[in-house]
Design a protein around this ligand. Structure first.
Ligand SMILES: [Fe+2]
Length: 490
């Protein structure tokens, strides 16, 4: 099992008091988002956090989060928010309190930086300086990074960190220490957003092979098995894929027109993502694939755009419904370059869009579900993934600041609730269902928030029903802006 409806995990609960973790800072920070882009040092000793408010008595698991923790090295720095070294964070709940620690993943990418002070492997938008010959070598004998800085999952008995890289890295949930490679993907790149395949006790993921014959593939992987390919699509110019949708029966491949000619990766010498081109005249192609047989059930066209994150998908009679956070184009990739983001302190956020795919129709019916921007989306995954649902949660922005608001959108009515507090940079809100589950939104949201006025972070606990604050646990330092986390029951 993976994701946030996971098996019971045993975690030691040792507490230690550590007043602060030193941070390295290279510039005078301004907004909370800018401060959240400051490189940090690890603080692996567990610290009991001061809690304001009362945590729910049933909240006794652990939130593990992943994201970049260091972008600036002794001899160089990376180009993009997505390129920092993976730092894992643990918020361990017990007896009405919460303990916190963090630690860098000991990947080869991390070791290269420690040993040389420079980037050693190819990241999303950063590349070590290499000769043409070395570039060709790395194309055929992948020298891409093993820096797993995007998401965390429980997969069987293993805890794994993932990114769009050839492997998943295992770590110890008690200490956050790196164990080693958990498994290798069948292709060079795979999504960091696999779905749970409950019937098979496995996960399903989307991989991409780049080369003379490029392809996108769905594959199924059981904890102790070998990857089994479900479907493969040859693509001369593959699209960039960050996630996919899944219903009870169908896998949803949504190909927005950010495409790459793989030969350009060889020719240009530019970092990975800079070889992609936005080609809006191609439009968007959405393909439904049977999860069991791998057969294509339908292909639909839609307007151009861009998306990182699917939110949910489900079957509605003969139709398929696909919800995702959509941008008007792919310029968000450029907005998230570190220099720009640190200087400007703002980034745009997409909107929740719904695509209705009807049999016999060539075009998808598309509509915006809410005017409230939404990114880093979460739902009540355990109860509602692949099924009709009502609520999506995510980060949003006020007019004044970027990524400083949490939002809950009712996908039926388009109404939204929000939480914000001055200049506080918010992180992905992870939904944790209450044991009773009296309704879809009966539970809490957990979000790591950096307070721009103090430069320190706190774990915010909101009532998912109305976004009112239940409690917050104060951290003695700022936590760098990360991506995704999972809540694991003890
Ligand atoms: Fe993501």
């Amino acid at each position: 099992m993976i994701g946030d409806t996971m098996d019971t995990a045993t975690v030691d609960k040792t507490t230690a008091h550590n007043e602060q973790a030193p941070r390295s800072s290279s510039a005078t920070p301004q907004t909370a988002l800018q401060q959240a882009l400051t490189s940090a040092d690890e603080s692996p000793e567990r610290v009991a956090l001061e809690v304001r408010g009362a945590l729910p008595v049933w909240l006794t698991g652990m939130l593990v989060r992943n994201g970049p923790g260091r972008w600036d090295f002794d001899e160089s720095e990376v180009n993009h928010w997505f390129d920092g070294l993976s730092m894992l964070h643990s918020f361990d709940f017990a007896d009405g309190g919460v303990n916190y620690c963090n630690r860098f993943v000991r990947s080869n990418a991390y070791r290269a930086v420690e040993e040389t002070g420079k980037l050693g492997f190819s990241e999303f938008a950063s590349d070590p300086c290499r000769t043409r010959f070395q570039r060709i070598q790395s194309m055929f004998s992948p020298n891409v990074t093993d820096n797993p800085n995007v998401s965390v999952h429980k997969f069987g008995e293993k805890f794994i960190a993932m990114s769009e890289i050839p492997l998943a890295m295992e770590f110890d949930p008690n200490t956050l220490e790196t164990v080693g490679v958990a498994f290798e993907n069948p292709d060079m790149f795979a999504s960091a957003h696999p779905h749970q395949d409950v019937e098979h006790g496995a996960m399903i993921n989307l991989s991409c092979k780049l080369g003379a014959r490029s392809s996108q593939s769905f594959f199924r992987l059981a904890p102790n098995g070998k990857p089994q390919r479900i479907a493969k699509f040859n693509r001369r110019m593959p699209t960039y894929q960050h996630s996919f949708g899944m219903t009870d029966r169908w896998l949803i491949l949504t190909e927005f027109p950010l495409v790459v000619d793989p030969i350009d990766i060889l020719k240009t010498g530019r970092p990975f993502i800079e070889n992609f081109q936005y080609r809006p005249t191609r439009g968007t192609k959405i393909t439904a694939i049977d999860r069991e047989t791998g057969k294509v059930g339908g292909v639909w066209e839609a307007d151009a755009g861009f998306c990182f994150h699917h939110v949910n998908a489900y079957e509605d009679g003969e139709d398929l419904v696909v919800d995702l956070c959509r941008f008007d184009d792919a310029s968000i990739v450029e907005q998230l370059y570190l220099k720009r983001l640190r200087e400007d302190g703002s980034a745009s956020i997409g909107h929740l869009h719904r695509y209705r795919l009807s049999p016999g129709r060539k075009r998808a019916d598309e509509k915006r579900l809410s005017e409230t921007p939404l990114e880093l989306p979460r739902i009540n995954y355990g109860a509602n993934n692949g099924k009709a649902y009502r609520f999506a949660y995510g980060v949003s922005s006020t007019d004044e600041y970027s990524l400083n608001m949490l939002a809950k959108i009712d996908v039926e009515t388009g109404e939204s609730l929000t939480w914000s507090e001055g200049d506080c940079a918010v992180g992905e809100p992870v939904f944790v269902a209450s044991p009773e589950q009296r309704s879809e939104d009966d539970g809490v949201l957990l979000s790591v928030v950096l307070d721009g006025s103090s430069g320190r972070s706190f774990l915010l606990v909101l009532d998912a029903a109305n976004l009112s604050e239940i409690a917050r646990a104060e951290v003695a330092h700022g936590i760098p802006a990360g991506f995704h986390g999972s809540y694991v029951k003890h």
